[in-house]
Write a protein that binds this ligand. Structure first.
Ligand code: SF4
Ligand code: SF4
Length: 132
């Protein structure tokens, strides 16, 4: 079992891809997504993004991210915040963050306990292997 799998296995429930808004895309996210979709920036912008001033998010359809279809359909080109979820560094500084995230993500193996979870997450972060 990989180190990540000791604390998290995605259940593909889709909860983190639901809502009327999405995470925002920084400049690197935008470039990566355009490359991943093998399309022009103009096309990606028109078809997939909701642009409000300087803020670029993904469009939503029927209450979920436009790329969600029983899983992420733009996995390689997803924003870095999507890749980071749910192993957020804020878990390490506050057990309440752990509880909040564990309550919204059934993939978190909360049964191993907060201390052990943090120990493993810290090792992963040192190795820079927290992309899920
Ligand atoms: S909420 Fe957690 S288990 Fe569900 S899809 Fe998102 S990361 Fe996976
Ligand atoms: S880009 Fe993928 S992982 Fe991120 S919210 Fe959309 S469907 Fe979910």
């Amino acid at each position: 079992m990989s180190l990540v799998a000791k604390i998290f296995t995605c259940k593909r429930c889709g909860y983190c891809c639901q809502g009327e808004t999405t995470v925002s895309l920084d400049a690197d996210d935008q470039k990566r997504m355009i490359l991943s979709l093998k399309s022009s920036e103009k096309n990606v912008r028109e078809k997939y993004w909701r642009v409000t001033g300087n803020i670029v998010q993904m469009k939503t359809v029927a209450g979920h991210c436009i790329f969600y279809d029983n899983g992420c359909t733009v996995h390689e080109g997803r924003p870095w915040r999507c890749g980071q979820w749910p192993l957020h560094p804020s878990i390490l500084s506050d057990e309440n963050n752990f509880k909040t995230i564990a309550d919204s993500c059934p993939g978190i193996k909360k049964e191993i306990g907060y201390q052990e979870f943090c120990r493993i997450l810290s090792v992963l972060m040192e190795k820079d292997k927290v992309v899920c």
